[in-house]
Write a protein that binds this ligand. Structure first.
Ligand SMILES: Nc1nc2c(ncn2[C@@H]2O[C@H](COP(=O)(O)OP(=O)(O)OP(=O)(O)O)[C@@H](O)[C@H]2O)c(=O)[nH]1
Ligand SMILES: [Mg+2]
Length: 314
């Protein structure tokens, strides 16, 4: 390993935030040194408590995260927040707002905040997030909270990297509850009804409880429903206890290992596919690939036949 990378990692492990930020940038951009860092850190990850906070925009996720970070910091020296916005190609905007709101925590030496924006391609953000979380974990972070905005497929992919997923809803979501049902409910380990100071919290909790009874339970875990008022800090202890209970259950039931095995398989298969396609393109030649694409576009040949021809030449 290059000396520079070794020094950088040592500083990052010691908790130097600038060094941590540089390590993460190298990983995210696949810059020189990324392979060294991954090789060095990969075996050391798997110790941190990794919690995902997801849900529709404006539900109070960032407010909740800020409260959670404060609470976790009381019991652990190093806490990180990874704020992911799949809808935005910029790591500014809304997330910058979140940063400002979290400033009180940001000033705390033990809290590291990172925001990540869309990669443009499906799956890219999930992979980058998984790496960033893994590296933070390996660098000695005790708790990593991943906040993602939205309830679509990409968010589902992103939160797959965490051990426990908390889905944040608010009273009176109405139709949005249906959207949640179609998307993230299946992967929610803990359900949060935030803004419980507003009318309708009981109905929302009841709707959620009822929705939970509709699907086929995949495991023996029954997601608890926790009411919070993030703005005031109410319910945070209950939420933390629910997360702890889930973590305990996941470890004992083997669910944690199952999830980790799933994530590993998804990553290895994706990399394998990419490597195979790259290798094949090198062998076949980009010229032949381009020509085949042109013939398919002109309907001179169907896509299956074009692929067969390309593979024959390989
Ligand atoms: N009444 C009430 N308002 C809250 C509560 N928690 C958060 N809010 C307010 O809800 C608004 C949105 O909060 P955020 O924390 O930014 O929500 P978010 O889910 O992170 O929003 P995005 O990141 O944009 O999706 C803010 O004005 C908060 O002050 C709560 O428990 N009760
Ligand atoms: Mg937010």
């Amino acid at each position: 390993m290059a000396v520079a990378t070794g020094d950088l990692l040592a500083a990052a492990r010691a908790g130097d935030k600038r060094a941590i930020a540089r390590v993460l940038s190298i990983i995210e951009n696949d810059a020189p040194g990324a392979a060294d860092i991954l090789r060095e850190t990969y075996p050391q990850a798997g110790r941190a408590l990794v919690l995902g906070i997801t849900g529709p925009p404006g539900g109070g996720k960032s407010t909740l995260v800020s409260r959670l970070v404060a609470a976790y910091r009381e019991r652990a020296p190093r806490v990180a927040v990874v704020a992911v916005d799949p809808s935005s190609p910029f790591s500014g905007g809304a997330i910058l707002g979140d940063r400002i709101r979290m400033q009180d925590r940001f000033l705390d030496e033990g809290v590291f905040i990172r925001s990540m924006a869309s990669r443009g391609n499906m799956g890219g953000l999930a992979r980058a997030t998984a790496r960033v979380v893994g590296v933070l974990d390996a660098l000695g972070t005790d708790v990593v909270v991943v906040e993602t905005v939205g309830v679509g497929q990409e968010e589902v992919e992103v939160v797959r990297v965490v051990d426990t997923v908390a889905l944040v809803t608010v009273p009176g979501l109405g139709d949005d509850i249906q959207a949640i049902k179609a998307g993230v409910l299946e992967i929610a380990d803990v359900l949060v009804v935030n803004k419980a100071d507003r009318p309708g919290a009981d109905e929302t909790a009841r709707d959620l409880a009822q929705m939970l009874t509709l699907g086929q339970p995949r495991t023996s875990w029954k997601p608890p429903i926790v009411r919070t008022v993030a703005a005031k800090g109410d319910g945070i202890d209950e939420l933390i206890r629910a997360v702890d209970r889930h973590r305990e259950w996941a470890r004992e039931s083997g669910e944690r290992e199952r999830r980790r095995a799933d994530a590993a398989r998804v990553e290895v298969e994706a990399l394998l596919r990419e490597a195979l396609v790259r290798r094949l393109e090198q062998r076949v030649g980009s010229e032949r690939v381009r020509a085949a694409v042109a013939r398919v576009a002109a309907r001179a040949v169907d896509p299956y036949a074009a692929v067969e021809e390309l593979l024959e030449g390989a």
